[in-house]
Design a protein. Structure first.
Length: 103
């Protein structure tokens, strides 16, 4: 088994686990983590696609795409965590009774 095959199969498995979690889990935080797994699985597959035997140099374009994808994934995760936190505070806050309604 070559390292490219191992990385490729690992990427497919990690992506599948993440996809299963994203589709089957109802908790928002766990769904976000599952989507992060999907992103890392796709990165593994891209790295496996860039693999060359040691005398040759690896293709730099997929590696640049993986690095860019990691940066985007981190920033998107930060925004999603802020939105999840805001939704949690809005859903758990008691409803306020307007002052001008008769009791």
């Amino acid at each position: 088994m070559t390292p490219a095959l191992i990385y490729g199969l690992t990427g497919i498995v990690v992506f599948g686990i993440g996809l299963f979690g994203a589709l089957c889990v109802r908790d928002r935080l766990r769904r976000l983590l599952a989507l992060n797994l999907c992103g890392m699985g796709a990165a593994f597959v891209l790295v496996a696609g860039a693999w060359r035997m040691p005398p040759d140099s690896a293709d730099p374009v997929p590696h640049a795409l993986v690095i860019t994808g990691i940066v985007v994934l981190v920033s998107a995760t930060a925004v999603a965590l802020a939105l999840i936190r805001r939704l949690h505070t809005l859903e758990s806050a008691p409803e306020e009774i307007p002052e001008d309604t008769p009791e």
